[in-house]
Design a protein. Structure first.
Length: 341
């Protein structure tokens, strides 16, 4: 029993002796880490100032953001706002300037307040604003500005809010309505109002399902010929010019042949008169002349016949048949044209 009491007493004394020392060590370590962090933030701030003097505002912003992750001061926020303003991000710059002004008042940093006032008021006049209103309010409508959803309170009240100058895209969607999209150019020093009007989607007529007759049911009768729509009349075959060209050419050839034979027969008749003057018989000469005359006459008749056929073919509107055939027979003293047109 005594040994147990002794152990408890020793443990109590040990804890009493060790606790102040451990607490002091923890405080020392925390102070050391805090001092190290402040030194790191101060170094980042100074590096940012050097970049800012060189007009490298993007590089300076990166240093200031890293420093703000360690500690936040009025001067740090002021220079962050200045770099944002120089890069055209007026809305974010205003937020930083206003934050710097609040901290400067709390920490009684009069020089920071004076510098902030010089930049803050002119920037408030420059920063544009936009007011988005639903021209036809709909339930469950979602309005987005550059892909970011706009609060319902701003839409319902049509309240203006700040944004950066330049082109912005406004979209709106709601069930049963067509999607709305509009690009808006927002200049400085101006409040732009955009009315969003959603158009309803036209309802589509339901498609009736096909009725399948049960097995064994009689097939429905086909529609009558009167009710059935007549198919469009087929266009007639194109008019062929081959046959009239052929008959015309044939008429010209026969006419030329007839003329040539007529001339040859005339020459033969003149020669026969001279040769038969001293002969008792000239039957062979007469037969030749008659044959040539008959052939010449047949050529003339054939030319006339084909000419008539050619006139008929050239003047007819459209052939009733898709094909035509003709056979010409000509001989001494005879001419015949057979065929169908």
């Amino acid at each position: 029993m005594r040994s147990l009491r002794a152990m408890i007493l020793a443990a109590t004394v040990g804890v009493t002796l060790l606790t102040p020392t451990s607490f002091a060590r923890a405080q020392s370590a925390s102070a050391s880490a805090s001092a190290s962090g402040k030194e790191r933030a101060k170094k980042l701030f100074e590096e940012g100032l050097e970049l800012e003097k060189k007009a490298d505002y993007a590089g300076a912003l990166a240093k200031y953001k890293e420093a703000q992750a360690i500690t936040v001061t009025a001067g740090l926020r002021f220079h962050t706002g200045y770099c944002l303003e120089m890069t055209g991000k007026l809305t974010a710059a205003l937020d930083e300037y206003e934050g710097a002004d609040r901290l400067a008042r709390e920490q009684n940093k009069q020089e920071v307040r004076a510098a902030t006032a010089v930049r803050l008021e002119p920037l408030r006049a420059r920063a544009p604003q936009i007011a988005i209103r639903l021209a036809s309010p709909t339930k469950d409508a979602e309005v987005q500005l550059d892909g970011v959803t706009v609060a319902t309170a701003l839409i319902d009240g049509g309240k203006a809010f700040r944004l950066d100058p330049g082109e912005h895209t406004i979209t709106a969607r709601a069930p049963g309505y067509k999607a709305f999209t509009r690009k808006v150019q927002v200049p400085e020093n101006v409040t732009t109002t955009v009315d969003v009007s959603l158009e309803r989607v036209a309802p589509t007529a339901p498609i009736a399902p096909a009725v399948v007759p049960p097995a064994g049911a009689p097939a429905s009768e086909p529609p009558s010929a009167a009710a059935a729509a007549e198919p469009p009349a087929e266009a007639g075959p194109g008019r062929s010019r081959v046959l009239p060209i052929a008959t015309t050419a044939g008429a010209v050839v026969l006419a030329g042949t007839g003329i040539a034979l007529f001339l040859v027969a005339g020459n033969a008749q003149s020669s026969a008169k001279e040769e038969c003057a001293g002969k008792l018989s000239c039957d062979d000469r007469r037969t030749r002349v008659r044959t040539l005359d008959a052939l010449a006459l047949g050529g003339f008749i054939g030319a006339v016949g084909l000419g008539v056929v050619s006139v008929v073919l050239w003047t007819s509107r459209s052939p009733e048949r898709s094909a035509a055939s003709a056979h010409l027979q000509a001989g001494p003293g005879t001419f015949a044209l057979e065929g169908s047109f």
